[in-house]
Design a binder for this molecule. Structure first.
Ligand code: 2P0
Length: 349
């Protein structure tokens, strides 16, 4: 009898915010980076994508909805994820002929972000991580998160880091087929229970220059970029891993701020120059620099991705002091989740 059952799986994937930034590809099809990167995964309750996947022999086409809007599933990134996951499922079906042939069915996917999409808050990272995790669950795959990171990376580079919680390195790898360009957990969130992140939402608008096109313009035109990828980042990756292992916040903060600043310097060194920071972003930098000057050491660290929104890392013991200083710049600071790991704060335009 024909199998007309609808198989389903649901999952969530969190946003990650890099403290050593990915910017530049050596292979644009496989999303192979020119340097390794390292991120902190934010609390699932704060910024995340929720994704449900279904497949059935009665579905006549693949479909994907993001925030209730139909999306194009014919793109190379989506197709790469579908193809790779189907290959893994087909191998299970070949080993056990009693399994339903899900690898031959079309899929329907429904995703919702609980934060602004494409505003420099790592929406593609959570989005592709959730897509890969949901399909892996639907297909009952037993692959490790590192194995799945090879697939999520092909959806969006930074997505490979969102398959883990805590502190995550994406090791750039050197193989031409990308088989060693994978994410690994450096430490779980529980390793540093006092770590917090506040997000100052400067703007929820979609960014002007996408990361994908911006980083390739940088690779093509920036001289500073080569020095960053070849000399600066390899040393910083090691220093950052050591800072995390030792829970050395000062070292963590100084590396984080330096790497954000160099990433934006490389953007400015691109032709035509790319501006992701705005006046409010620069005001946030000055506030954090002032907090650290008054404290006599780095107790807060700013970082900015491909957009003007500011993420500030700090330790719980300094929360009152830091959020108190930020308060004039924010409205509606609220606690999120049980660990109060992330605070959304809005800086007026
Ligand atoms: C990062 N960003 O490490 C850096 C810092 C933005 C600034 O990863 O083309 O959306 O999909 O591989 O992953 C943004 O780039 O780019 C990014 P694609 P992605 O988080």
């Amino acid at each position: 009898m024909a199998d007309s059952k609808i198989y389903t799986a649901s999952t969530t994937a969190p946003v990650n915010i890099a403290v050593i930034k990915y910017w530049g590809k050596r292979d644009t099809k496989l999303n192979l980076p020119t340097n390794s990167s390292l991120s902190v995964t934010l609390s699932q309750s704060d910024l995340r994508t929720h994704t449900s996947a279904a497949c059935s022999s009665i579905f006549t086409e693949n479909r994907l909805y993001l925030n209730r809007e139909p999306q194009d599933v014919s793109g190379a990134r989506q197709q790469a994820c579908f193809r790779e996951l189907r290959v893994l499922r087909a191998a299970l079906e070949a080993a056990d002929p009693t399994l339903p042939k899900l690898s031959t069915y079309n899929v329907h996917i429904v995703s919702e972000n609980n934060f602004p999409t494409a505003a420099g808050l790592a929406s593609s990272a959570a989005g592709f991580a959730a897509l890969v995790r949901a399909l892996a669950d639907l297909y009952c795959l037993q692959n490790t998160p590192t194995e799945l990171s090879r697939i999520a990376r092909q959806g969006s580079g930074s997505a490979c880091r969102s398959l883990f919680g805590g502190y995550v390195a994406w090791e750039q790898g050197h193989a031409a087929d990308g088989s060693d360009s994978l994410a690994v957990q450096v430490a779980p969130a529980s390793h540093w229970p006092g770590m917090r992140a506040a997000i100052l939402v400067v703007s929820a608008a979609k960014k002007d220059v996408s990361s994908t096109s911006g980083m390739q313009a940088t690779v093509a035109t920036s001289g500073l970029f080569r020095h960053r990828a070849e000399v600066v980042v390899p040393a910083r990756m090691e220093a950052m891993k050591a800072a995390i292992q030792k829970r050395n916040f000062e070292a963590f903060a100084e590396l984080t701020m330096a790497d954000s600043n160099q990433f934006h310097a490389v953007c400015l060194d691109t032709l035509p120059p790319i501006f992701y920071l705005n006046d409010v972003s620069r005001a946030a930098i000055r506030v954090v620099e002032e907090i650290n000057r008054v404290a006599g050491k780095s107790i807060a660290a700013y970082t900015f991705d491909a957009g003007p929104n500011c993420v500030i890392y700090y330790e719980q013991e300094n929360e009152a002091a830091i959020l108190g200083v930020l308060k004039p710049y924010t409205s509606g600071v609220s606690g999120w989740g049980d660990r109060r790991e992330t605070v959304h704060a809005r800086i007026p335009e």
